[in-house]
Structure formats: structure tokens, C-alpha cells
Ligand binder design. Structure first.
Ligand SMILES: NC(=O)c1ccc[n+]([C@@H]2O[C@H](COP(=O)([O-])OP(=O)(O)OC[C@H]3O[C@@H](n4cnc5c(N)ncnc54)[C@H](O)[C@@H]3O)[C@@H](O)[C@H]2O)c1
Length: 301
């Protein structure tokens, strides 16, 4: 896949794609490219006013729907309406994500905010849409990992990070959990003989609202970090290529993981990325799957 560009996206007419967090950053570029190639794109967003503004920028055949991944009641309501209106869904891009600077916060359901939004919300959403995805000809689920997953470790005795909380490791854990989820989803889909494939992507370090703009408002030191960030980050159009490749390239197989090829995988052309040992561990997959099913009340596969 090295050298992959959006020219390799096949015609998407007749396909229904759902992109979470589609109003900004990587989600906005992903939605734009899918719509540009003819897909009907559902912009699944927390703030529908921002979603409508994004819809104007995306153009093409799009609709805006409200989804707050930090509230299971919102995930259920979104999935129920979407599933009724679109019996067949071809592509789900689990793109939305949150990064906190500051003290520990929780979702409406009491989950640590990073894990609850980035992983548990998407776990529930995927399960609730599985029947609609299975009805499509070549269905896919794409999950957003991060290089931070490699230095993270999941503590199954403290999944909600109640002990010694720190924001950056909490984000890394949530991205490791998302990565374990996507790999385990692929295993389970294959074992069930499902037509759906689960793929993964990470954008290296890409200039979006998450980084380094998050630093710009933090005084002179923050602005210096932001300027330094420009040197090591890549533009969002390039950062979105791994997830667009994972979502659309006809040659992609279940379980494949794409990211930038450059040194330290931070920026560069698309290539196949490496999972950490923990992310690829089937025992971690089984354990996390059981925990996520219990926590969200959505059990599948
Ligand atoms: N930018 C990077 O360098 C980088 C690196 C690794 C991984 N990622 C991942 O890429 C994905 C996209 O992030 P981005 O960089 O485009 O940042 P971004 O802030 O521009 O986009 C994140 C999106 O998620 C949405 N979101 C946050 N909380 C939500 C909630 N509770 N419900 C619904 N939507 C919610 C936001 O509204 C926003 O649209 C995330 O999963 C992120 O973890 C980004």
C-alpha cells in the first residue's frame, strides 16, 4: 500500500458510510473523500450545528445525525434510528476521539472519559449496527488507533483508571483498548463466518484539534511547543490517508493496520503498521471483549 493516495479510492456510489466525529480533523477529511467518490455519508457528530457547517464543507450526498459517544443512551438512540432508516450500512469509520488535559473526568455512564468515549462508545455502536453491516456486500469497520497504544498497558483491575490517574496515559490506554477491540472484532467476525471485515489505521501525528493546537492557548511555552509540533506533524489531508486506505482499498484484508511509514511512524506515506504485543494478544482481546460487553450492556459475536 506504500504510496497510497485518494486516487485509489474506488467508486463509492450506492454505498452508505458512517463517520463518527466527522465535523473536524481526520473525520472531516474522511467524510469529504468518501462523499467526493460518491458515497452517501452519515456525519455522526456530537454537535449538530457544527455538523451542519461540516456538511456544507463536505458537499455531496451527506446527512447529519447526533451522536454523543460519551452517553450510551445517545449511542443507542443514534443506532436505532440509523438502523431503521438505513437497513444496509457498508462502512463504519469509528473515528471520533477525545484527548483531555487536566483532571480525570467520566462519561454520563461513569466510565473514565477516554476509555468511555474512544473505545466503549464505539464498541457499543459497532455491536448495535452489526446486523445492518452484515447485510452489505463488502462491509467494513475501521477503528482509529494511535502510536501511543504501543507504550500503553491495560490494567484490568483498574480499567477506569481510578488509581494514580494521569491524562496522557489514560488516552494511550484508551487507544490500546480500541486497538485490542478492532483486532478481536476481526477474530470474532472470521470465526462467525461474517462478511464484515475489521481494519485499523493510525494517522501518526497529524495537525488537528487534538494536537498540537491543543497547546496554542497555553501561554508562551505552549506556543513554542505548537511551533515545534509543526516540524514533526503532518497535514490532515495526509494524516487521513491510512484510514481512507483501510476503509476503501479493495485489496485490504481483515485485521490489517495502516499508518505512516516514516521514522517513528509519525509522518510519511501509507504503509502497513505494527501492533504492540499486547494489542495482538488474543487473551487480552477475550478479556476486554467480555468486560466491554458487561460495561455497555451490548453483547455480540
Ligand atoms: N491527530 C493525531 O495526531 C492523532 C493521532 C493518533 C490518533 N488520532 C485519532 O484520530 C481520531 C480523530 O481525531 P482528530 O485528530 O481528527 O481530532 P479532532 O479533535 O479534530 O476530531 C475528533 C472528533 O471526535 C469528536 N468527538 C469527541 N468526543 C465525542 C463524543 N463524545 N461523541 C461524538 N464525537 C466526539 C469531536 O467532536 C471531533 O469531531 C481520534 O480517534 C484520535 O484519537 C489522532
Amino acid at each position: 500500500m506504500t504510496g497510497w493516495t485518494t486516487d485509489r479510492i474506488p467508486d463509492q456510489h450506492g454505498r452508505i458510510a458512517v463517520v463518527t466525529g466527522a465535523n473536524s480533523g481526520l473525520g472531516l477529511v474522511t467524510a469529504t473523500e468518501l462523499a467526493r467518490h460518491g458515497a452517501h455519508v452519515v456525519l455522526a457528530v456530537r454537535n449538530t450545528a457544527a455538523g451542519q457547517e461540516a456538511a456544507r464543507r463536505v458537499g455531496g450526498d451527506v446527512e447529519v445525525r447526533e451522536l454523543d459517544l460519551a452517553r450510551l443512551d445517545s449511542v443507542r438512540a443514534f443506532a436505532a434510528k440509523l438502523a431503521a432508516d438505513h437497513p444496509v450500512i457498508d462502512l463504519l469509520v469509528n473515528n471520533a476521539g477525545v484527548v483531555l488535559l487536566g483532571p480525570r473526568r467520566t462519561t454520563a455512564d461513569g466510565f473514565e472519559l477516554h476509555l468511555g468515549t474512544n473505545m466503549l462508545g464505539h464498541f457499543a455502536l459497532t455491536g448495535l449496527l452489526l446486523g445492518n453491516l452484515a447485510a452489505a456486500a463488502q462491509p467494513r469497520v475501521v477503528s482509529l488507533s494511535s502510536i501511543t497504544h504501543k507504550n500503553a498497558h491495560l490494567d484490568f483491575d483498574d480499567l477506569m483508571f481510578e488509581r494514580d490517574y494521569r491524562a496522557a496515559p489514560a488516552y494511550g490506554r484508551s487507544k490500546l483498548a480500541t486497538t485490542i477491540f478492532a483486532v478481536e472484532l476481526d477474530r470474532r467476525l472470521r470465526a462467525a463466518g461474517s462478511p464484515i471485515i475489521s481494519t485499523l489505521a493510525h494517522p501518526g501525528i497529524t495537525r488537528t484539534n487534538l494536537t498540537p493546537r491543543a497547546w496554542e492557548h497555553r501561554g508562551r511555552f505552549g506556543q513554542a511547543i505548537a511551533r515545534l509540533g509543526l516540524l514533526v506533524t503532518q497535514p490532515v489531508e495526509r494524516g487521513a490517508l491510512p484510514q481512507l486506505c483501510a476503509a476503501t482499498d479493495p485489496g485490504v484484508r481483515g485485521g490489517q493496520f495502516f499508518g505512516p511509514s516514516g521514522r517513528w511512524e509519525m509522518r510519511g506515506p501509507v504503509t502497513e503498521a505494527r501492533l504492540s504485543r499486547e494489542a495482538a494478544d488474543p487473551a487480552a482481546g477475550r478479556r476486554l471483549w467480555a468486560a466491554a460487553g458487561e460495561l455497555t450492556g451490548v453483547s455480540y459475536l
